[in-house]
Design a protein around this ligand. Sequence first.
Ligand code: SAM
Ligand code: SF4
Length: 333
Amino acid sequence: MPNSMTDPFGRTVSYLRVSVTDRCDFRCTYCMAENMTFLPKKELLTLEELDRLCTAFVNKGVRRLRLTGGEPLMRRGIMGFVRTLSRHLDSGKLDEITLTTNGSQLAKYADELADCGVRRINVSLDTLDAEKFAEITRRGRLGQVMEGIEAAKRAGIALKLNMVALKGFNEHEIEPMLRWAHGEGMDLTLIETMPMGEIDGDRNEQYLPVSRVRERLSETLTLNDIPYKTGGPATYVEVEETGGRLGFITPLTHNFCESCNRVRLTCTGTLFMCLGQDDAADLRAPLRASEGDELLNAAITEAISRKPKGHDFIIDRNNKGPAVARHMSMTGG
Ligand code: SAM
Ligand code: SF4
Protein backbone atom coordinates (compact mmCIF):
# COMPACT_ATOMS: atom_id res chain seq x y z
CA MET A 1 0.00 0.00 0.00
CA PRO A 2 1.64 3.26 -1.06
CA ASN A 3 2.13 5.91 1.63
CA SER A 4 -0.87 8.16 1.13
CA MET A 5 1.31 11.22 1.83
CA THR A 6 3.57 10.47 -1.15
CA ASP A 7 2.65 12.40 -4.29
CA PRO A 8 2.80 11.19 -7.91
CA PHE A 9 6.35 12.59 -8.23
CA GLY A 10 7.59 10.48 -5.31
CA ARG A 11 7.83 13.37 -2.85
CA THR A 12 6.63 12.55 0.66
CA VAL A 13 4.79 15.35 2.42
CA SER A 14 6.08 15.64 5.98
CA TYR A 15 5.77 19.37 6.60
CA LEU A 16 2.53 21.31 7.13
CA ARG A 17 2.37 25.08 7.27
CA VAL A 18 -0.75 26.46 8.84
CA SER A 19 -1.85 30.03 8.35
CA VAL A 20 -3.91 30.54 11.52
CA THR A 21 -5.16 34.01 10.53
CA ASP A 22 -5.00 36.26 7.48
CA ARG A 23 -4.88 39.33 9.73
CA CYS A 24 -1.77 41.22 10.70
CA ASP A 25 -0.78 44.24 12.73
CA PHE A 26 1.68 45.26 9.97
CA ARG A 27 1.10 46.03 6.29
CA CYS A 28 4.49 45.27 4.74
CA THR A 29 4.49 46.90 1.33
CA TYR A 30 5.58 43.78 -0.61
CA CYS A 31 3.01 41.61 1.19
CA MET A 32 -0.18 43.63 1.55
CA ALA A 33 -1.99 46.65 0.21
CA GLU A 34 -2.59 49.52 2.64
CA ASN A 35 -6.31 48.80 2.66
CA MET A 36 -6.82 45.11 3.00
CA THR A 37 -10.13 43.34 3.21
CA PHE A 38 -9.70 40.52 5.68
CA LEU A 39 -11.92 37.49 6.04
CA PRO A 40 -15.01 37.94 8.18
CA LYS A 41 -14.34 36.23 11.53
CA LYS A 42 -17.16 33.75 10.99
CA GLU A 43 -15.31 32.31 7.97
CA LEU A 44 -12.41 31.15 10.12
CA LEU A 45 -12.14 27.63 11.38
CA THR A 46 -12.17 27.50 15.15
CA LEU A 47 -8.91 26.60 16.85
CA GLU A 48 -10.51 23.26 17.81
CA GLU A 49 -11.19 22.58 14.13
CA LEU A 50 -7.66 23.61 13.17
CA ASP A 51 -6.35 21.24 15.84
CA ARG A 52 -8.41 18.41 14.39
CA LEU A 53 -7.03 19.14 10.93
CA CYS A 54 -3.42 19.34 12.14
CA THR A 55 -3.87 16.12 14.08
CA ALA A 56 -5.20 14.34 10.98
CA PHE A 57 -2.03 15.39 9.14
CA VAL A 58 0.17 14.30 12.04
CA ASN A 59 -1.55 10.90 12.10
CA LYS A 60 -0.84 10.57 8.39
CA GLY A 61 2.86 11.23 8.83
CA VAL A 62 3.50 14.98 9.04
CA ARG A 63 6.55 15.48 11.33
CA ARG A 64 6.81 19.27 11.32
CA LEU A 65 4.29 22.01 11.84
CA ARG A 66 4.89 25.68 11.16
CA LEU A 67 2.34 28.25 12.28
CA THR A 68 2.22 31.36 10.19
CA GLY A 69 -0.22 33.92 8.84
CA GLY A 70 -0.90 36.88 8.63
CA GLU A 71 0.61 37.31 12.03
CA PRO A 72 0.09 34.03 13.92
CA LEU A 73 0.57 35.62 17.33
CA MET A 74 -2.33 38.02 16.63
CA ARG A 75 -4.91 35.24 16.61
CA ARG A 76 -6.86 35.19 19.86
CA GLY A 77 -6.23 32.02 21.86
CA ILE A 78 -3.09 31.16 19.91
CA MET A 79 -1.13 30.06 22.99
CA GLY A 80 -3.82 27.58 23.99
CA PHE A 81 -3.65 26.21 20.45
CA VAL A 82 0.14 25.77 20.61
CA ARG A 83 -0.18 24.16 24.03
CA THR A 84 -2.73 21.66 22.72
CA LEU A 85 -0.63 20.85 19.66
CA SER A 86 2.40 20.25 21.85
CA ARG A 87 0.87 16.91 22.94
CA HIS A 88 2.13 15.57 19.60
CA LEU A 89 5.67 16.60 20.55
CA ASP A 90 5.29 14.81 23.88
CA SER A 91 4.02 11.66 22.18
CA GLY A 92 6.92 11.71 19.69
CA LYS A 93 4.62 11.94 16.68
CA LEU A 94 5.89 15.42 15.81
CA ASP A 95 9.54 16.47 15.60
CA GLU A 96 8.89 20.18 15.66
CA ILE A 97 6.40 22.99 16.14
CA THR A 98 7.71 26.31 14.96
CA LEU A 99 6.42 29.64 13.74
CA THR A 100 7.12 32.51 11.41
CA THR A 101 6.35 35.82 13.04
CA ASN A 102 6.90 39.52 12.59
CA GLY A 103 8.08 39.56 16.21
CA SER A 104 5.72 42.27 17.44
CA GLN A 105 4.11 40.00 20.07
CA LEU A 106 7.15 37.90 20.89
CA ALA A 107 8.07 39.72 24.08
CA LYS A 108 4.68 38.72 25.44
CA TYR A 109 4.74 35.07 24.35
CA ALA A 110 8.39 33.93 24.15
CA ASP A 111 8.50 32.19 27.56
CA GLU A 112 5.25 30.37 27.00
CA LEU A 113 6.28 29.29 23.52
CA ALA A 114 9.50 27.84 24.93
CA ASP A 115 7.48 26.11 27.63
CA CYS A 116 5.31 24.49 24.93
CA GLY A 117 8.39 22.99 23.29
CA VAL A 118 8.96 25.57 20.55
CA ARG A 119 12.73 25.48 19.99
CA ARG A 120 13.11 27.54 16.83
CA ILE A 121 11.37 30.61 15.41
CA ASN A 122 11.70 32.62 12.21
CA VAL A 123 11.40 36.36 12.65
CA SER A 124 10.95 38.60 9.62
CA LEU A 125 13.13 41.68 9.66
CA ASP A 126 13.97 43.67 6.55
CA THR A 127 15.93 46.58 8.02
CA LEU A 128 17.66 47.70 11.22
CA ASP A 129 16.80 51.34 10.58
CA ALA A 130 13.79 52.39 12.68
CA GLU A 131 12.48 54.86 10.11
CA LYS A 132 12.80 52.47 7.22
CA PHE A 133 11.21 49.79 9.34
CA ALA A 134 8.19 52.01 9.89
CA GLU A 135 8.09 52.71 6.17
CA ILE A 136 8.26 49.10 4.95
CA THR A 137 5.83 47.70 7.55
CA ARG A 138 3.61 50.82 7.34
CA ARG A 139 2.75 50.47 11.05
CA GLY A 140 5.42 48.49 12.86
CA ARG A 141 7.85 49.66 15.52
CA LEU A 142 11.38 48.32 15.31
CA GLY A 143 11.95 48.63 19.08
CA GLN A 144 9.06 46.30 19.80
CA VAL A 145 10.45 43.63 17.47
CA MET A 146 13.91 43.99 19.01
CA GLU A 147 12.41 43.42 22.45
CA GLY A 148 10.70 40.34 21.09
CA ILE A 149 13.96 39.00 19.67
CA GLU A 150 15.69 39.56 23.02
CA ALA A 151 12.88 37.82 24.89
CA ALA A 152 13.03 34.80 22.58
CA LYS A 153 16.78 34.57 23.04
CA ARG A 154 16.44 34.74 26.82
CA ALA A 155 13.85 31.97 26.62
CA GLY A 156 16.41 29.78 24.83
CA ILE A 157 14.64 29.77 21.46
CA ALA A 158 16.90 29.62 18.39
CA LEU A 159 16.16 32.43 15.96
CA LYS A 160 16.48 32.77 12.24
CA LEU A 161 15.87 36.08 10.54
CA ASN A 162 14.02 36.31 7.22
CA MET A 163 14.90 39.35 5.16
CA VAL A 164 13.16 40.11 1.89
CA ALA A 165 15.74 41.55 -0.51
CA LEU A 166 14.26 44.70 -2.00
CA LYS A 167 15.90 46.69 -4.76
CA GLY A 168 16.59 50.27 -3.78
CA PHE A 169 15.33 49.70 -0.26
CA ASN A 170 17.58 47.40 1.73
CA GLU A 171 20.13 46.07 -0.75
CA HIS A 172 22.94 47.95 0.97
CA GLU A 173 21.85 46.75 4.40
CA ILE A 174 22.28 43.08 3.67
CA GLU A 175 25.88 42.80 4.76
CA PRO A 176 25.36 44.85 7.95
CA MET A 177 22.27 42.75 8.74
CA LEU A 178 24.26 39.59 8.19
CA ARG A 179 27.08 40.73 10.47
CA TRP A 180 24.63 41.79 13.17
CA ALA A 181 22.54 38.59 12.97
CA HIS A 182 25.58 36.33 13.07
CA GLY A 183 27.09 38.37 15.88
CA GLU A 184 23.90 37.72 17.85
CA GLY A 185 23.97 34.00 17.07
CA MET A 186 21.11 34.08 14.55
CA ASP A 187 20.99 32.62 11.04
CA LEU A 188 19.83 34.90 8.24
CA THR A 189 17.81 33.93 5.17
CA LEU A 190 17.36 36.19 2.18
CA ILE A 191 14.10 35.93 0.26
CA GLU A 192 13.20 37.17 -3.20
CA THR A 193 9.86 38.93 -3.64
CA MET A 194 7.24 36.60 -4.99
CA PRO A 195 4.40 37.81 -7.22
CA MET A 196 1.52 37.05 -4.86
CA GLY A 197 -1.56 39.22 -4.41
CA GLU A 198 -2.20 42.80 -5.48
CA ILE A 199 -0.06 45.37 -3.67
CA ASP A 200 -0.01 49.13 -4.11
CA GLY A 201 3.39 49.32 -5.83
CA ASP A 202 5.00 47.59 -8.81
CA ARG A 203 6.83 44.37 -7.97
CA ASN A 204 9.17 44.77 -10.94
CA GLU A 205 10.66 47.72 -9.14
CA GLN A 206 11.21 45.78 -5.91
CA TYR A 207 12.55 42.59 -7.41
CA LEU A 208 16.17 41.92 -6.57
CA PRO A 209 17.53 38.52 -7.61
CA VAL A 210 19.14 36.88 -4.62
CA SER A 211 21.76 35.39 -6.96
CA ARG A 212 22.97 38.96 -7.57
CA VAL A 213 23.08 39.62 -3.82
CA ARG A 214 25.16 36.51 -3.39
CA GLU A 215 27.63 37.65 -6.06
CA ARG A 216 27.97 41.02 -4.37
CA LEU A 217 28.46 39.53 -0.92
CA SER A 218 31.16 37.23 -2.32
CA GLU A 219 33.25 40.30 -3.13
CA THR A 220 33.84 40.97 0.57
CA LEU A 221 32.96 37.68 2.28
CA THR A 222 33.85 34.02 1.85
CA LEU A 223 30.68 31.99 1.28
CA ASN A 224 31.13 28.22 1.53
CA ASP A 225 28.31 25.94 0.34
CA ILE A 226 27.10 23.61 3.08
CA PRO A 227 24.56 20.77 2.96
CA TYR A 228 22.58 22.22 5.93
CA LYS A 229 18.78 21.83 5.57
CA THR A 230 15.96 22.90 7.85
CA GLY A 231 13.12 21.19 6.02
CA GLY A 232 12.35 24.41 4.17
CA PRO A 233 13.35 25.51 0.66
CA ALA A 234 16.47 27.53 1.55
CA THR A 235 19.97 26.56 0.44
CA TYR A 236 22.70 27.59 2.88
CA VAL A 237 26.27 28.81 2.91
CA GLU A 238 28.56 29.31 5.85
CA VAL A 239 30.15 32.73 6.03
CA GLU A 240 33.79 32.16 6.92
CA GLU A 241 34.35 35.61 8.44
CA THR A 242 31.37 35.42 10.82
CA GLY A 243 31.03 31.65 11.31
CA GLY A 244 27.26 32.04 10.78
CA ARG A 245 24.83 30.55 8.28
CA LEU A 246 23.24 32.44 5.42
CA GLY A 247 20.27 30.99 3.52
CA PHE A 248 18.90 31.87 0.11
CA ILE A 249 15.31 31.38 -0.96
CA THR A 250 15.17 31.87 -4.70
CA PRO A 251 11.78 30.85 -6.01
CA LEU A 252 12.21 32.80 -9.22
CA THR A 253 15.84 32.22 -10.14
CA HIS A 254 16.10 28.64 -8.97
CA ASN A 255 13.64 25.80 -9.01
CA PHE A 256 13.28 24.40 -5.51
CA CYS A 257 10.27 22.28 -6.34
CA GLU A 258 11.86 18.88 -6.89
CA SER A 259 12.50 18.39 -3.19
CA CYS A 260 9.27 20.04 -1.96
CA ASN A 261 7.86 18.22 1.07
CA ARG A 262 5.30 20.89 2.08
CA VAL A 263 1.63 21.67 1.86
CA ARG A 264 -0.15 24.75 3.22
CA LEU A 265 -3.39 25.03 5.10
CA THR A 266 -5.32 28.29 5.39
CA CYS A 267 -7.42 29.40 8.35
CA THR A 268 -10.56 28.55 6.36
CA GLY A 269 -9.52 24.94 5.83
CA THR A 270 -8.29 25.25 2.25
CA LEU A 271 -5.24 23.17 1.44
CA PHE A 272 -2.78 24.53 -1.11
CA MET A 273 -0.50 21.87 -2.46
CA CYS A 274 1.87 24.47 -3.95
CA LEU A 275 2.64 28.05 -2.90
CA GLY A 276 2.80 29.14 -6.54
CA GLN A 277 -0.33 27.50 -7.94
CA ASP A 278 -4.02 28.22 -7.51
CA ASP A 279 -5.17 24.60 -7.28
CA ALA A 280 -6.46 23.82 -3.79
CA ALA A 281 -8.55 21.32 -1.86
CA ASP A 282 -11.35 22.16 0.52
CA LEU A 283 -10.91 20.31 3.81
CA ARG A 284 -13.57 22.25 5.70
CA ALA A 285 -16.50 20.35 4.18
CA PRO A 286 -15.14 16.85 4.97
CA LEU A 287 -14.05 18.11 8.41
CA ARG A 288 -17.52 19.33 9.25
CA ALA A 289 -19.41 16.51 7.52
CA SER A 290 -18.75 13.99 10.23
CA GLU A 291 -17.14 13.60 13.64
CA GLY A 292 -14.94 10.77 12.45
CA ASP A 293 -11.89 11.45 10.28
CA GLU A 294 -12.59 9.05 7.43
CA LEU A 295 -13.82 11.67 4.96
CA LEU A 296 -11.11 14.08 6.01
CA ASN A 297 -8.36 11.48 5.56
CA ALA A 298 -9.69 10.60 2.12
CA ALA A 299 -9.77 14.28 1.13
CA ILE A 300 -6.15 14.74 2.27
CA THR A 301 -5.00 11.68 0.31
CA GLU A 302 -6.83 12.94 -2.76
CA ALA A 303 -5.26 16.40 -2.40
CA ILE A 304 -1.73 15.00 -2.10
CA SER A 305 -2.31 13.02 -5.29
CA ARG A 306 -2.84 16.39 -7.03
CA LYS A 307 0.33 18.09 -5.76
CA PRO A 308 1.75 19.80 -8.86
CA LYS A 309 5.29 19.30 -10.09
CA GLY A 310 6.24 22.93 -9.62
CA HIS A 311 5.24 26.59 -9.55
CA ASP A 312 4.74 29.08 -12.36
CA PHE A 313 6.15 32.21 -10.75
CA ILE A 314 7.55 34.74 -13.15
CA ILE A 315 8.20 38.45 -12.82
CA ASP A 316 8.81 40.23 -16.08
CA ARG A 317 8.03 43.53 -17.68
CA ASN A 318 5.12 42.15 -19.70
CA ASN A 319 3.55 40.47 -16.74
CA LYS A 320 2.48 43.23 -14.37
CA GLY A 321 -0.12 41.34 -12.37
CA PRO A 322 0.57 38.82 -9.62
CA ALA A 323 1.16 35.19 -10.72
CA VAL A 324 -1.25 34.03 -8.06
CA ALA A 325 -4.07 36.24 -6.90
CA ARG A 326 -3.95 35.45 -3.19
CA HIS A 327 -1.65 37.32 -0.85
CA MET A 328 1.20 35.59 0.93
CA SER A 329 -0.66 36.28 4.18
CA MET A 330 -3.32 33.77 3.18
CA THR A 331 -0.93 30.84 2.99
CA GLY A 332 1.86 32.31 5.07
CA GLY A 333 4.87 31.78 2.82
N1 SAM B 1 3.61 37.81 9.65
C1 SAM B 1 4.62 36.82 9.72
C2 SAM B 1 5.94 37.36 9.25
O1 SAM B 1 5.98 38.42 8.65
O2 SAM B 1 6.93 36.67 9.48
C3 SAM B 1 4.30 35.53 9.01
C4 SAM B 1 3.64 35.61 7.67
S1 SAM B 1 4.59 36.36 6.38
C5 SAM B 1 3.46 36.27 5.02
C6 SAM B 1 5.81 35.11 6.06
C7 SAM B 1 7.03 35.55 5.27
O3 SAM B 1 6.64 35.86 3.97
C8 SAM B 1 7.73 36.77 5.82
O4 SAM B 1 9.09 36.48 6.01
C9 SAM B 1 7.53 37.82 4.75
O5 SAM B 1 8.63 38.67 4.69
C10 SAM B 1 7.40 36.98 3.53
N2 SAM B 1 6.65 37.58 2.43
C11 SAM B 1 5.44 38.19 2.46
N3 SAM B 1 5.05 38.57 1.22
C12 SAM B 1 6.04 38.18 0.38
C13 SAM B 1 6.24 38.27 -1.03
N4 SAM B 1 5.33 38.80 -1.84
N5 SAM B 1 7.39 37.76 -1.53
C14 SAM B 1 8.32 37.17 -0.73
N6 SAM B 1 8.19 37.06 0.59
C15 SAM B 1 7.06 37.55 1.15
FE1 SF4 C 1 2.15 40.97 8.12
FE2 SF4 C 1 4.09 39.23 7.77
FE3 SF4 C 1 2.75 40.22 5.66
FE4 SF4 C 1 4.37 41.80 7.01
S1 SF4 C 1 4.97 39.97 5.86
S2 SF4 C 1 2.27 42.32 6.37
S3 SF4 C 1 4.18 41.08 9.03
S4 SF4 C 1 1.92 38.94 7.22
